[in-house]
Design a protein. Sequence first.
Length: 182
Amino acid sequence: MDALRTITRDAILDEMRTPEAHQESIELTRIGRAEIEANPDGISISGALLESLNLIGVFTQEKLSDPSSGVFETALGMIEAAAMATMGFVWVNTDDNDRRAQIAAGRAYMRVALQTTADGLAMQPMSQAMQEYPAMKGHYDAVHARLTNGTGERVQMLARLGYAPNVDPAPRWALETRLKTG
């Protein structure tokens, strides 16, 4: 457990400290109910306090992306604390990394997520260590050394498990906005 906590913590902190990778997350961050409902994808941040701080310019995407801001430093601390408090992990491996294996892993992950919810637990993806860019190389190697049994085997998904407060379902795009016809 301690090794996985450390790997996931270090990977997410390194992602946040890698400007290009962190900016991808910032661009998908939605602060406040109105922004979340207008763009119901990405990272949703809501609640009276944070929305109020956003309205007065204290808690913004710009401050979240600025490594010299107090908001950025606070986010690092919160993420580190959450990773190190993880009580359990679940992962999905495949024997190879072709498209068929990736789709099968996604289906397996969704079954695990549904069962986890049915069992009254919460699950949060911690997949930074599976990403393939230079800042993640050490984390990628560490997670694969720890969680795979042989060459070619691939960790497709890693998530933390535990208890969390109940939250409302996340907003979703209307189905017709996601389908291509003709």
